[in-house]
Each structure stands twice: as C-alpha cells, then as structure tokens.
Design a protein around this ligand. Sequence first.
Ligand code: F6R
Length: 613
Amino acid sequence: MCGIVGYVGPKPMKGVLLSGLRRLEYRGYDSAGIAVEQDDKLLLVKVTGKIHELEQRLAGVDMEGSAGIAHTRWATHGEPNDANAHPHTGCNDRIALVHNGIIENYQALRTLLLERGHHFSTKTDTEVLAHLIEEYLEKDEECPLDDAVRLALQEVDGTFGVVVIDHNNPGQLVVARRGSPIVLGVGENENFVGSDSAAFAEHTRDIIYLNDDEIATITASDYTVKTLQDEVCNPIVEEITWELDRIEKGGFDHFMLKEIHEQPQTVEDAMRGRVHPDLCEVKLGGLEEVHDILVSAERIIFTACGTSWHACLVARRLIEDFVRIPVEVEYASEFRYSRPVFNKGTVLFAVSQSGETADTLAALRLAKDEGIPVLGVVNSVGSTIARETDAGVYLHAGPEIGVASTKAFTSQVTVLSQIALLMGRLNGRLSKKRCEGILHEIVRLPGKIRSILDDTGSISEIAEVFGRVNNALYLGRGYNFPVALEGALKLKEISYIHAEGYPAAEMKHGPIALIDDDMPVVVLAPGDQIYPKVISNIEEIRARKGRILVIATEGNETIRDLADWVIFVPKTLDCFYPLLTVIPLQLLSYYVAVARGCDVDQPRNLAKSVTVE
Ligand code: F6R
C-alpha cells in the first residue's frame, strides 16, 4: 500500500521518479507527489488523483536535481487531496519525506509539536515525522541527517517505510523501515529506493532488502546500512529474479487479463522441477529441511487474507484428504488478536502473494513467538513473510500487478496441492498408487487451463447480461465452495456488483429468499462426487425462476436443460477442479467490469499489498 520511489544519480530525475511511480501505481492511486532537491532548494509538487495527473502538472517543469523522492498514495489518515498527498515537509520546508505505514501515536506527537510552536498543513499522521526530523536538524547544526531521522523514529510508534530528503544535504537520501517494505537498488554511480523493486528494475537488477529497524544513507556512489540503534550492518546484495516483461502489459488491455492468460505458464512454473510423476515424488526444496516437522505435524493452521485465504480453504480439503490431520483456516486479521491454542505438533502456514500483508505477518509472528514452526507459501521473493518464516515454498508466478489477484490464486493452489501430496507421502497416509495418479493429472493442468482460455467467446457474451445486474450469487460445494467465494470476490472488487459466495446447500437456510429474475446465480457443478447434490440445489433455484450460469464438465450435455448459460471446463480429479473452475469466473468478472466501464486494474478504494492493518 502506497508506492515509494527515491533516486540519487545523474539520470534525468523527473523521468526516473515518474517511471518508478507508474510501476508502483497498483499500490495506491488516490494522490501522488514528488520532491527534488535542486540548487539547495526543495521543489515539491503534489496532486490529487493518479500518476497521469502528476505527469500533466509536471509537464514543462524543470526538476533535475541530484536526489529526489516520489509517492503514490492509498489514504489512511486524511482524505485524498493535494495537501494530504506525500511528500510532507516541516515548518521550514527544509526536509521532505515520503512514508508508507501508520504513525500510531501521531495525535500525541502533534499536540506536543503544536505546543512547541509547529504549525501543520495536513490531516495526515505522517506530517509529525517531518516536523520531528526538522526539529532535530535545527536544534544542532552539526546533526547528520541520518541521526535526525533515527532520533525522530525513536519517538514514533507504528510502522514505516520512509525516505527523507534534505536540501542542506544535497545528493543524499535517508531511508528507514519498520513493518513496511523498502528495497534499495544498487547501480553504477546511482542508487535507488523503492517500496518494491519494480520501481527501478529497468535500471538495475541488484537489490538490498532493508530489514525492520534498519536505516540506510544512500548517495550516488555509496550506501551504508545501520540498525536504528546505530550499529553498522553488512547488507547482502541480491538479484531480481523475474524478467522485465512480467511488469509490462504485453499487448493486453489490462494487467488482470494478461495475468489470467499467464496461468498455464504460472501453474507450470509452480511445479517446475518439483513434480515427478514417474518417480511418484514431490520435491519441494524449500521444505526439505523441515521434513521432520511435516512428518510429525498433528494439526495445521493456515492463515491468510482475501484471495489467499480462499486458496487456504482449498488446501484444508487437500490436506485433510491426503494427510488425514486436522486443518484450520484463519483470517489473519482475526487470528492475530485471538488467543489461539497451540499444542505440540501444530504447524502454521502463512500464505501470501505479496509477502507483505500486515495482518498475515502479525499472525505468523504471534505463532512464532509461541515457538510454533511457521512455514510460508509466498510469491514475492525476499518479501518480509518469506524472510520471517522458518521455511517455505515460492510460487514463482512473477509480479502480480492487477489489483484483483488471479494467477497468484492458481499458483497457491498448485503449491498447496504439492505440499499436501508431500505430507501425505511423508506420513504414509497417501498411498503410492493414489499419489502417482494425482501427479500424472497435476502435470496436465496447464494444458487444461490453456484450453479454457482458448475459448472465451461465450464468457464475454454472458458478461453483457451480468453487467446489468446489481446482485449475484455464487454457489459451490466441496472443493468448489472456496471457488464460489473467490468468484464472488472477483466480481465485487472490480465491477462493484454485490456478490455473495455460499455453500450451495446453505441456500435453503436463508439466501434462497433473494432469488428472483434480477439476481443471477452462478453454480459450480463440475462432474465430481458431490455433483448429484449440486443438481438438486440447481433445481431449487429453477423452481424459483432464478437465472443460472453453470460451470460444468465437458461432455455433460444434459446440464443445458437446467441452465440459462453453461461454461464447460475439461475433466479432472475432484481435488483439481478449483484450478479449472476459477478461470471462467476470473474472466467473467473481468468482462463484466469492462462492460460497466470500470477501471479493472485499479478498482476504487483498493490497492495491492495491504501493508497496513
Ligand atoms: C483480491 C486480493 C486480496 C488479496 C489479499 C491478500 O483479489 O487480491 O484479497 O488476496 O489482500 O494479499 P496477499 O496474498 O498479498 O497477502
């Protein structure tokens, strides 16, 4: 949430900062701003709206200093307007800073600063930090910028990824982090800062992940990293693992559509080198060191948010089926403030695309503090959750830019399936014969996803109808109940149509009262074991004149008599249907949103990577 860019070096400053902001716009897009130190002055421009508004405002403006910072905002404190946009300054406009996170004690600090004669020009929590830093610098003319930032940060409670610029310290940026991601980009005679490496990936592939409670000072030719307690650190320079085309639209109208179409590839990547059907083997390098923990696991807790939580619901069935141990799936935001009972043999999995979701991170820390093994299933390499878990598996899906998660879900389910298979074989409750059959099927899934994507014509036609309704219901059972939740979430978040996901049989306990001509119902009815029961649920809807879209298995021609529309998916094993049935639902929500003229990649009020709680 919120995108941060910083640059020190000889390249045209405005261009580097704006292109970095465009790469990060998915992290927040309600206002944006830029500050450049030029000729011992700070030039500052802030606007309400998206990056293109800022670009228009800056057209023809000379902003070519030796250090600069920029920010794209997702508002927490203070409505999105020009004043509340970052960067923020103190009373004397000596320093400017951009911030991602929340200063929890900002009210108390603001009162103290007002008493000391400061005046405030915004409603944000962040502004107090600018005043504090400026105060330290002005109290002592000799105070280095990094000391002032360090001292000011000692006074704040909360989370921060922060970058500070000072016109009295030209060509320098000070960067610090606690709880909000910050990555340094190391170039030749130039250095970068970003809230993720997409901000500068076209300039350098060498990166340093700043850890919590670290502070870095960067100039064009050098960088130093210390702890907030002033101890020198030896940061490790790593390499960006994905190619630049992963953050380009590549000819698609939207990132979301591109990412939906990437799924044959990303699902394959999620099992590359890991699945060996002929050897009846799943090799997950990231979990090898914890095989003993997996063998002796007596209970699994999954924790996650949103779409990742839905993937965990699929994983619950997979693990209960293959491993035969109890599984709980917890919303991270609830779990972190509960008093969970951990017993011997409990293992916690944190599942996250971004690896930065604040609630998921807090949930895993809670378990870790209790001595529970914490494992991760994460997409973003080097992210905080990836680093704080004891071991884990990467999705290798590449950056997901569309705010609505698509390819991450299918990669999560693919990886979680492999974890379930591995655990089932390790504890001996999954027979070799059954495992062999499942592995031979899992490798066929990319081709099956591709065949769904090759024929999307009918989906865009159905979307025309769905685009005119205000409510929709999604029903599924068994492995497909989480898909119903996911389909409903996709529709509501990008097309703003109210949608509910329900277990199909729960209908008669209440929601069936809603059924009428204006409320289409999507029913997931692939040819799995629960299919006959789902058919009875479809009949109940038909009897009440509901309009029905059924997702069914190819070859089921009789279903046409029960449905207004049918979308077919190829046949697979029951446990893998979620990887196929979700694809038409992603496409449906995409085409509905386009039909309604919605901003698919940047839906209102949302942002990618929820780094605040
Ligand atoms: C929905 C969506 C969100 C995320 C959720 C968790 O399309 O993208 O619900 O799934 O914010 O994010 P991660 O997986 O990054 O922890």
